[in-house]
Structures are given as structure tokens and as C-alpha cells.
Design a protein around this ligand. Structure first.
Ligand SMILES: *Cc1c(COP(=O)(O)O)cnc(C)c1O
Length: 379
């Protein structure tokens, strides 16, 4: 089955009790048993919920995995993956990371004796130098946030396999429409479904997708034992979002390209970061592992001051100043003071994240209105 069909049909069945074509929101905490232990596969809603079950199956299908495990947020999904590890274990993570991921690694899990190394993995062969006998997990984000660097997933997967280390890929920015890390050899895919999967900025949700049965069992054990499960209403919203992922992503890509090219030609704009440019340092890898280049763009101004950036940030009307990304509406953000404020400034600058960097999540509005909005704001 092709992705466009899978997105609409995978994981969902008409409700057996009514025939409802849309998966009902099973807003219940428990399920009645005919006799002790005689039940319909559902005992208690932290452990199983039919709405969540449908979503988990849909996610597994669209990432070409076997098992989906859902959580109350993207970071709750990351939290569950980290709980696969033990004190003394080490993690190598790509250095240009979502701020909240950097925070949970360094401020929460470092306390429990897990050691983190951050490495620029744009040249995947450099990965070897960061591994040792204690390395148990490699963590990648690609495209990276907010610099839109691309990391070669297949090359990292080959090294991980050779060394027997798990490879997790945060696929939030690409979404399963643009990239399927499990097909490239990754062991674990993580999503903040808050972003493109939900797609309408109306839900916070996270997911992990794997192929391996044993890994899935361990993650489901953590999901049930630690309890960071999403509510059924939130699962419903993500299920609904997934059904239009392909048409939304098509438009995000088209609009993203038009906005990236407009910015690049603008005399007041400095650098434009978008992996679809032929001269992007890793464009070749993007072309190889992605089916399109998405709607996430970062750029700087020639006047590289905070003030100039703030003027643009407060000058747009269609691009709303807000954290988050991946919704139908366009957003504009300032990573240094917003999404990435939890990363120390020296660390940010090392990755090229300057104080004037502006990040866009290009939505699916009419692109001529979006460009007009930016034109006025940049002046
Ligand atoms: C938003 C985001 C997360 C965290 O997800 P939440 O749903 O906000 O907890 C993780 N990774 C990336 C790339 C994100 O953009």
C-alpha cells in the first residue's frame, strides 16, 4: 500500500459495536470483566485504550515499523527511551538538538549516571571517534533544529549496527511523509506528534515506533510502569491529523521552497538555512534520504543584531510569533530566546545559532500572502 493510502486507512477499523467509520474516543478508565480475568483485551486504561491502540497501529504502519507506543508528549516519548538505559551507560547525540531534548539529557538523566556526548555528525564517519564500550545509544535529529543540518541516517546506522549500539532518530521535522528512519537502519523513531503529525497546533503528543518485538515490549513496559500515556481525545486528534499528512506536507514543501528562494534573493537577508538548496552542505544526503525538503527554514539578517531580528519578529501578521512548528498556520520564532533558551549561549553559538537567527515554520496558506507578509516585515 502506498503512503497516501496508508495515512488514511492504516490501523483503523470501523468500530465493531456501531460501525462508526471514525475511531471513537474511548473516554474510560476501566473496562468491565465478565468474570475475573475474562475480558475483551482491555483491563485498565493506563495499560490499554482502544483509541490509543488504533493510533499506535497507524503510527507503526506509516513509519514502516511494527510497533507504535504513544506518550503524553514528545519529551515523554524521549523519557521512555532513556529509561531503557542504566547508570554508567553513555549516549552520543547530534549537537544541534531540540532544546527540550538537550535539557532532559543534561538536567534529568545525567543525574542518574548516564553520560552524554554531543557531536557534530554532519560527517557521519566522525561518529566512530565518540563511541566507547559504554555507548548504548546514538541519538540523531535530522533535519536538525534550528540549523536544518542533515545527518546521514544510513551511514550512522551502519556504524551503530557494527558496534551493537541502538540508533534512535527524532523524525519530528521530516515526518514520515519525507523520511522513514527505520528503512534506513535506525532501531527507534521518535516523534513529537504535537508538530506535523497532529498538524493543527491543537494537541501535545509523542510517539515511539520500532520494528523489534523485544524493544517494543520493553517500551510498552515503561509506558505502563511510568504512566506517561496520552488521553484518548489527544489520540483521536493525532489520528485525525495523520489522515491529511500527505496533502499538508506537499503544500508545506511547495511553500517552504518558495519562501526559502524569496529570502535568499532578499537584499537584507544574510544566510538562509534550508536543506533543499543545491549548495546546502548536505543537500546530497537530503536528496538521498528524504522525499522532499519540508517547510522549516531558518535565516539571519545582514544587520546581524538582536534589534533587527526583533523588528522582523514583531512585524509579521500572518506568521505568528510562537514556539512550536508543523501546524497548518505559519509561525515565526526566535530560537535563542524561545525554543533553545535552555541551551547555554556558548553551546548555541558553537552550533551557529546566533542571537539574530529567525526560524520559520511555513504553513499551508496561500504562499503569495506569506511572502508579502515577510516582505513588509523585513522592509
Ligand atoms: C517539539 C519537539 C520535541 C518535544 O516534543 P513535545 O511534544 O513538545 O514534548 C522533540 N523534538 C523535536 C524536534 C521537537 O520539535
Amino acid at each position: 500500500m502506498k503512503l497516501g493510502t496508508k495515512l488514511i486507512h492504516a490501523g483503523v477499523e470501523p468500530d465493531p459495536s456501531t460501525g462508526a467509520i471514525m475511531t471513537p474516543i474511548f473516554q474510560t478508565s476501566t473496562y468491565v470483566q465478565a468474570a475475573p480475568g475474562d475480558h475483551k483485551g482491555y483491563e485498565y486504561a493506563r495499560t490499554q485504550n482502544p483509541t490509543r491502540h488504533a493510533l499506535q497501529n497507524a503510527l507503526a504502519a506509516i513509519e514502516n515499523g511494527k510497533h507504535g507506543i504513544c506518550f503524553g508528549s514528545g519529551l515523554a516519548a524521549t523519557d521512555a527511551i532513556m529509561k531503557l538505559l542504566s547508570p554508567g551507560d553513555e549516549v552520543v547525540a547530534s549537537s544541534d538538538l531540540y532544546g527540550g531534548t538537550f535539557r532532559i539529557f543534561t538536567k534529568v538523566f545525567a543525574k542518574y549516571g548516564i553520560k552524554f556526548h554531543f557531536a557534530d555528525l554532519q560527517d557521519a564517519s566522525g561518529l566512530r571517534g565518540h563511541l566507547n564500550a559504554a555507548t548504548k545509544l546514538i541519538w540523531l535529529e535530522t533535519p536538525t533544529n534550528p540549523m536544518l543540518n542533515i545527518i546521514d541516517i544510513a551511514a550512522c546506522a551502519a556504524i551503530a549496527k557494527e558496534k551493537g549500539i541502538l540508533l534512535a532518530v527524532d523524525n519530528t521535522f521530516a515526518s514520515p511523509y519525507l523520511q522513514n528512519p527505520l528503512d534506513l537502519g535506525a532501531d527507534i523513531v521518535v516523534h513529537s506528534a504535537t508538530k506535523y503529525l497532529g498538524g493543527h497546533s491543537d494537541v501535545v503528543h509523542g510517539a515511539v515506533i520500532v520494528k523489534d518485538d523485544e524493544l517494543a515490549q520493553q517500551l510498552a513496559f515503561i509506558q505502563n510502569s511510568c504512566g506517561a500515556v496520552p488521553g484518548p481525545q489527544d489520540c483521536f486528534l493525532v489520528l485525525r491529523g495523520i489522515k491529511t499528512l500527505h496533502v499538508r506536507m506537499q503544500r508545506h514543501c511547495e511553500n517552504g521552497e518558495a519562501v526559502a528562494r524569496f529570502l535568499r534573493d532578499h537584499p537584507k537577508v544574510g544566510k538562509v538555512y534550508w536543506c533543499g538548496f543545491e549548495d546546502h552542505p548536505n543537500h546530497g544526503i537530503a536528496q538521498k534520504q528524504m522525499r522532499g525538503f519540508g517547510g522549516m527554514i531558518s535565516f539571519t539578517l545582514k544587520d546581524d543584531s538582536m534589534d533587527a531580528a526583533l523588528k522582523v519578529l514583531s512585524g509579521t501578521h500572518l506568521f505568528s510569533l510562537a514556539e512550536s512548528l508543523g501546524g497548518v498556520e505559519s509561525l515565526i520564532g526566535h530560537p535563542a530566546s524561545m525554543t533553545h533558551a535552555s541551551i547555554p549561549r556558548e553551546e548555541r553559538l558553537k552550533n551557529g545559532l546566533t542571537d539574530s537567527l529567525i526560524r520559520l515554520s511555513v504553513g499551508i496558506e496561500d504562499v503569495s500572502d506569506l511572502i508579502e507578509d515577510l516582505k513588509k516585515a523585513i522592509g
